[in-house]
Design a binder for this molecule. Sequence first.
Ligand code: 5GP
Length: 212
Amino acid sequence: MPEEEDLVDQQKRMTFPNPLLVVVSGPSGVGKSTIVAELARRHPQVVPIVTATTRARRQGEIHGVHYHFLARDEFGDLRDGGGLLEWAEVHGEWYGTPVDQVRGILAAGRDAILTIDPQGARQVRAAVPDALLLFVKPPSMKDLTERLVGRGSESQESLERRRRDAEQWMADTADYDHVVVNETGHPDEAAELIWEIIQAEARREPPRRPRV
Ligand code: 5GP
């Protein structure tokens, strides 16, 4: 449950809405989705955007909840019709952010949060300069490898590719406003850290004004 102080903060934010577009990026397997789900559970001011992908559904994933799972031609139509805020090929599949969802959340005075790869984060920065960009890092490469292996969903080839991408991305975080380390087994701590960052950024002068 949110603390009383958070509720007061949220009420103030609702009276004087200054919604943020928050991008959470970082390597595959670092725990971005878990952290963002925990953040949204604790702080309903923050709303995760369900993005679109052409990759196959993993066991337990639900269409419209984890992703909008689209065929390549459906994805292509959405993209070509200007329906995506950003899109990228990640690990050989297409992923993109439906712009209407982002507009709807911001118009409602809530913070829209995107969990996307660094190519997407860069596009959001270019399209929406006032977006808040966060990069989530693992404590070490060894830790990241263990998490990817533990997930059990990657082939050896896909694992190698994700490791290579991770090393490259972690070496170049200059575009981001903040870097957060997801300590093993503590997504709640990373979620709270991100919430504190969001609260501080929402009170910033001059305010961020994300135009989408
Ligand atoms: P996964 O296949 O493991 O769910 O996701 C692979 C990567 O794609 C993750 O880094 C995830 O954050 C990223 N991703 C998910 N949705 C989007 C999106 O809409 N745009 C971009 N650029 N990346 C995304």
